[in-house]
Design a protein around this ligand. Structure first.
Ligand code: SF4
Length: 343
């Protein structure tokens, strides 16, 4: 069946089994240059068009389903500003660096494994994402896609370290892996007695909802592991009827759904925006967990919000929301044994 979409585009409406093979096609058809995306939004001749930068080393990648949530003709669209490379990324102050959290290489005991905090370690089974966010703190990370052998070695390192109670799957975005690969990692982790919880960090439910297939839901539902999924949603416009449907299905599998948001200048740095985000997250079955100050990574200076502004916004949220809908305002600092709570 063919249904009309915005801006005279058409989308084939598929059954879920067809979707299972289509989400990878959707990635291959994603917007990969500012020109393509700005043309689609009718902004190619705008002032923003002159600021777009197609030469960035960290390339643009935007699934069409995410672009469809942007407002045509609006250069300040909060979803567009998260993903469009601009020449502002070339302005970098002294306090900005490629590795602001000093994550590499010292913390990498084993390839693809990072241990920063006691009892928890971060496993990066892929370097790929469904979208490239301009503020990404790992945009310069020297990711090497793990091989079967290196992944096996990493999983064995987790097995032999009995202090590890929780493994965080990050990346990249772990949900970009095919079900067989992802669940093979989850199966191995859940066979390790001291690993009590598996936490999955992902941006996929809002940027590529078609990835959350019935097959994926079934596998999650039948799994015995204690799984926590931390979605990464920054603006209420990322949520719509389709995300509502996939998030509800995820919630019905029994996994815990939490969300983290990065505070971004000109995108979500208003109390009203974040209050609305918390309300909408809750209505789609997710609890707000963290509101992060962005890390001082080279190329992201124009998106950083000051601590003073963050506090002001946060106080507004405390006034407007019940406590359970207020995320913790945090920053990450290198060498600290936990995230730093900002109050
Ligand atoms: S999805 Fe996450 S890891 Fe990937 S580019 Fe965005 S912020 Fe970075």
């Amino acid at each position: 069946m063919i249904t009309p979409m915005r801006r005279n585009e058409y989308r084939i409406v598929t059954t879920d089994s067809e979707k299972q093979s289509n989400w990878r096609t959707e990635i291959s058809e994603a917007f990969r240059t500012p020109l393509e995306l700005l043309t689609y939004l009718g902004l190619v001749d705008s002032e923003l068009g002159t600021k777009a930068d197609s030469e960035q080393e960290f390339k643009m990648l935007v699934p069409r389903s995410f672009a469809a949530k942007m407002k045509a003709g609006d250069p300040n669209d909060p979803l567009l500003r998260q993903v469009l490379p601009t020449c502002q990324e070339r302005e970098t102050g002294e306090e900005f660096s490629k590795d602001p959290l000093e994550e590499w290489p010292d913390d990498q005991a084993t390839e693809g494994l990072l241990q920063k905090y006691r009892g928890r370690a971060l496993l990066m089974p892929t370097a790929a994402c469904a979208i490239n966010c301009r503020y990404c703190f790992r945009r310069h990370f020297p990711h090497a896609p793990p091989t079967k052998e290196s992944l096996h070695k990493t999983l064995e390192a987790i097995r032999s370290d009995k202090t590890l109670k929780e493994i965080i799957l990050s990346g990249g975005d772990p949900l970009i892996l095919r079900d067989e690969s992802l669940f093979s990692v989850i199966d191995t982790l859940s066979s390790i007695p001291h690993v009590k919880r598996i936490r999955i960090h992902t941006r996929i439910p809002t940027v590529l909802p078609s990835r959350i297939t019935e097959n994926f839901i079934d596998k999650l539902e039948s799994h015995q592991a204690e799984i926590i999924m931390v979605t990464h949603i920054n603006h209420p416009n990322e949520l719509d009827a389709e995300t509502d449907s996939v998030l509800r299905k995820l919630g019905q599998t029994g996994i815990q759904l939490l969300n983290q948001t990065v505070l971004l200048k000109g995108i979500n740095d208003r109390t009203e925006t974040l209050v609305e985000l918390s309300e909408q997250l809750f209505s789609q079955g997710i609890l707000p967990y963290y509101l992060h100050l962005s890390d001082k990574v080279e190329g992201t200076q124009h998106l950083c919000v000051s601590v003073e502004t963050a506090r002001k916004i946060f106080r507004g949220m405390l006034r407007e929301l019940p406590g359970y809908l207020v995320p913790r305002l945090v920053a990450e600092e290198p060498g600290m044994s936990s995230k730093t709570l900002i109050i």
